[in-house]
Design a protein around this ligand. Structure first.
Ligand code: ZN
Length: 303
């Protein structure tokens, strides 16, 4: 009897040992959805994580469906981070299934309910585009750090340090956006884009925001939407409208033509990164870079 107990102890000890060796030798396998989240995890996790971001430049998360190889990556992950709040609408079922055996974290939950905006198209849901308020993205980064520490407490000191310097950069970014917004008058601060991704941006930095399509790109803009927006732009004599890297630009071009027939010339102010970041390896391929780029383009075109 005593011998059996002893063998049991040895077995448990060996099991623990092998898990800790695994974590010590191998990196934590993280799978993320949008680039903005990938950016957080790479910065916080450094050499201790192996991050696979599913959605690269130009990819629309509202419409994204998991491929077979995505499902394989997700099944092999130690932890999955996604935005949630119905952003990755076509992947929710997979995340739900995976959550039975893999830590699956909807980072959007970091933003308190009372601070979220309601979705216009999906009653009962929230607007998912929370990264446009940099202060919200700081909350999200802290939640990501806490989850990493729960999974890998051995490297918590590193995760704390990395997050602190990341947050410092985001704080500077938040101040930069605030400062640049003030270069425009209240009347100039009108942002017209392809889809309604910028409502948190508008609330945080005091812009009036109008999107041609709704919060999700799943519903196509109709001729009535184009007319309504063209009337608005011509009446208000808006200088520029913006295209988005993850949304086809034909709809905004149609608005531009409709405005012209109303006797006003509105220019395309440039391309903004809304739901996807820029190419990997470029400044716009980072969260700080994409927000900085957007703000420079917006202020430059509306001034
Ligand atoms: Zn969107």
């Amino acid at each position: 009897m005593k011998k059996n107990i002893f063998i049991g102890f040895i077995a448990i000890f060996l099991m623990h040992l092998s898990t800790s060796i695994c974590l010590a030798e191998g990196k934590i396998k993280v799978v993320t959805t949008i680039g903005q989240i990938t950016d957080i995890i790479k910065n916080i996790g450094g050499p201790y994580v192996e991050v696979q971001g599913l959605m690269g430049a130009g990819v629309d998360p509202h419409l994204y469906k998991a491929s077979e190889s995505d499902v394989r990556k997700l099944s092999n992950a130690d932890i999955i981070f996604y935005n949630g709040l119905h952003l990755e609408a076509k992947m929710e079922e997979i995340f739900e299934k995976m959550s039975n055996r893999i830590t699956t974290v909807a980072l959007g939950e970091a933003v308190p309910k009372e601070m979220r905006l309601d979705s216009v198209n999906y009653p009962g849901h929230y607007d998912p585009h929370i990264w446009f308020d940099v202060a919200f993205w700081m909350m999200v980064s802290e939640k990501a750090r806490n989850e990493m520490i729960k999974l890998d407490p051995a490297h918590q000191e590193y995760y704390h340090q990395q997050t602190a310097s990341y947050l410092e950069n985001l704080k500077k970014l938040h101040e930069y956006v605030q400062k640049r917004a003030l270069e425009l008058t209240k009347e100039q601060r009108v942002l017209v884009t392809a889809h309604d991704a910028f409502r948190y941006f508008g609330r945080a930095y005091d812009f009036e925001v109008v999107g041609l399509q709704g919060i999700s790109t799943q519903s196509e803009a109709g001729t009535a939407d184009v007319k309504r927006l063209a009337d608005f732009i011509a009446e208000r004599k808006i200088k520029a409208v913006f295209i988005e890297s993850s949304v086809p630009e034909r709809n905004i071009r149609a608005v531009q033509d409709a405005v012209k027939s109303r006797g006003w010339d509105v220019k395309i102010g440039g391309e903004l990164f809304s739901d996807a970041m820029g190419n990997e390896g470029t400044f716009e391929g980072t969260y700080v870079g994409m927000v900085t780029h957007n703000m420079d383009i917006i202020v430059g075109a509306l001034k």
